[in-house]
Write a protein that binds this ligand. Structure first.
Ligand code: MSP
Length: 493
């Protein structure tokens, strides 16, 4: 991990035409997992999330519901914030593209780029998918439809402002080659390289037919293209002020360390966004990481397909930590994964109830029974504890590289090693024959389990806190816990 103490992570700004679902939760939770880990090793982490509230879709859905777009957005924003609270997401700032400060800066940025010649007026004749808010080339369509939404695209012909994306082709290619981890995961880089090498066309960045958007200051018949508006959140949210020479907060966190996104918006973040920054003469982000999709029966989970699973239903049945664990353990971050409640239940029982939960209960019970609940000193010359300490480095590295499933695989391996140790050492027999060996063994178990608790913290913060309490982290004995009834961490289902 780089030595600088500051670390800025962003999530996409979610459209407010959909209520939050597993897909949105996935990216935001990934950001939270990374943040919790980095904070625990002493970094000053800033996590920004929020909502993308302009554009034709929001205009349509709000009028269908007899609300103004802003009223509609206010409502959906409440749902997003509530969801982040339930899922224990420790974000620092929730930005909305309707925030006054953001809107003003977007307008000023647009004007600055008109003046520098990076934005110019012309007219557009093309095909548009309003669900993606994206223009498509005929050749990109699948059977005449939008390749993502599989819906017909609209023919659009209007006066528009263009952003001179073509000008930045070479600079972008240079940046990619000098910063090989910018396009992450690496298996997705060729898609972007091919696209940019194939030649960039200037893109339309204003609309005259969309009223619900930020007006172009010098030409208010135009509203600013939602993507141009939304991408800029990554700098306005940390106080970028185009009129100021210096801005401390902005400069302390920019360039962003990690833009976390889903794979369908990789181009916007890996091509258009850095080009806008180049036009503004600002440093480029260090990494854009495009993860895969949660699907249901192979189809992307999304509002337009009507196959949404609400995380709150899972939380109600299993608790928040189980949901957090499952989505990162089951599917390698970066790949697609098919969601299934059956699989969740199976993993719950095998990994959590029989794995960590069982290990925890039996260890705490033995400490009570055989050590009088006095927490032991750190074991010396313990082979297993040293082995566990060595694993920690790898687990941390996995998390920092966003290989969450690998980190959790290692945690589960450690849990299974410990459960096997208990089975083979049979402490209940040692209690009768060799109390010195028994004590040494329980010492090792407690200290190894304390490590496990530390490792699961970013994924399952509540469970970790409960474990810490019973394992009396930093204490020799915990009087409250002494009396407390030990309930299973994960009752079998
Ligand atoms: N508003 C744009 C992003 C602008 S960022 C400046 C947008 N919004 S969205 O509401 O459609 O959210 C897209 C993001 O939500 C994806 O990139 C991904 O992070 C997350 N997901 C939404 N559905 C998803 C799945 N089915 N699976 C995994 N993540 C998905 O695009």
């Amino acid at each position: 991990m780089a030595s600088s103490k500051k670390y800025y992570i962003s999530t996409p700004l979610y459209y407010v035409n959909s209520r939050p679902h597993i897909g949105h939760a996935y990216t935001t939770l990934a950001a939270d997992v990374l943040k919790r880990h980095l904070k625990s090793i002493g970094k000053d982490v800033y996590l920004q999330t929020g909502t993308d509230e302009h554009g034709i879709n929001i205009e349509r859905i709000s009028s269908e519901n007899n609300k103004t777009p802003k009223e509609w957005a206010d409502d959906v924003v409440k749902d997003f914030k509530e969801m982040w609270k339930v899922l224990h997401i420790d974000y620092d700032y929730f930005i909305r593209t309707t925030d006054d400060y953001h809107q003003k800066q977007v307008q000023l940025i647009f004007e600055r780029l008109i003046r520098s010649g990076d934005i110019y007026k012309g007219s557009y004749d093309g095909l548009y998918c309003s669900s993606c808010e994206t223009f498509y080339d005929e050749s990109e369509l699948v059977e005449g439809n939008c390749p993502i939404h599989k819906k017909p695209v609209e023919k659009v012909n209007e006066e528009t402002y263009f952003f001179r994306l073509s000008k930045y082709q070479d600079l972008l290619l240079k940046y990619y080659s000098e910063n090989p981890s910018f396009l992450s995961p690496s298996f997705r880089a060729p898609e972007i390289l091919r696209f940019v090498e194939g030649g960039l066309k200037d893109i339309s960045v204003s609309r005259t037919r969309v009223k619900w958007g930020i007006p172009v200051l010098s030409d208010p018949n135009h509203t600013i293209y939602v993507w141009f508006d939304a991408l800029i959140n990554y700098i306005t949210g940390i106080g970028y002020d185009i009129e100021k020479e210096k801005n401390e907060k902005f400069e302390s966190f920019w360039p962003c360390d990690l833009h976390l996104i889903g794979k369908e918006i990789f181009r916007f973040h890996a091509v258009i966004w850095p080009a806008i920054l180049l036009a503004l003469k600002l440093p480029l982000p260090k990494k854009v990481y495009a993860h895969g999709w949660w699907t249901v029966d192979g189809e992307k989970m999304s509002k337009s397909r009507g196959n949404i699973i609400n995380p709150l239903d899972i939380v109600k049945e299993y608790g928040v930590d189980v949901f957090r664990y499952f989505i990162f353990k089951e599917v390698p971050f970066g790949q697609d994964g098919d969601f299934s409640m059956e699989l969740l239940k199976a993993k719950y029982n095998s990994d959590l109830a029989n794995g960590i939960g069982n290990l925890f209960s039996r260890t705490v019970n033995m400490v009570r029974k055989y050590l009088d609940n006095v927490m032991p000193e750190k074991p010396e010359d313990s082979e297993i504890f040293s082995r566990f300490l060595a694993m920690q480095k790898d687990i941390y590295k996995d998390i920092e590289e966003l290989q969450f499933s690998l980190a959790l695989d290692k945690v589960m391996k450690a849990v299974s090693i410990m459960n096997k140790e208990v089975d083979t050492k049979k402490p209940w027999e040692l209690a009768k024959s060799d109390t010195v060996a028994l004590k040494k063994f329980l010492n090792e178990m407690v200290w190894c389990l304390r490590l496990v608790s530390r490792w699961i913290y970013p994924f399952m913060p509540d469970t970790s806190a409960k474990m810490n309490m019973y394992l009396a982290i930093g204490k020799t004995q915990h009087p409250d816990v002494n009396a407390a009834k030990l309930t299973p961490l994960f009752p079998k289902k």
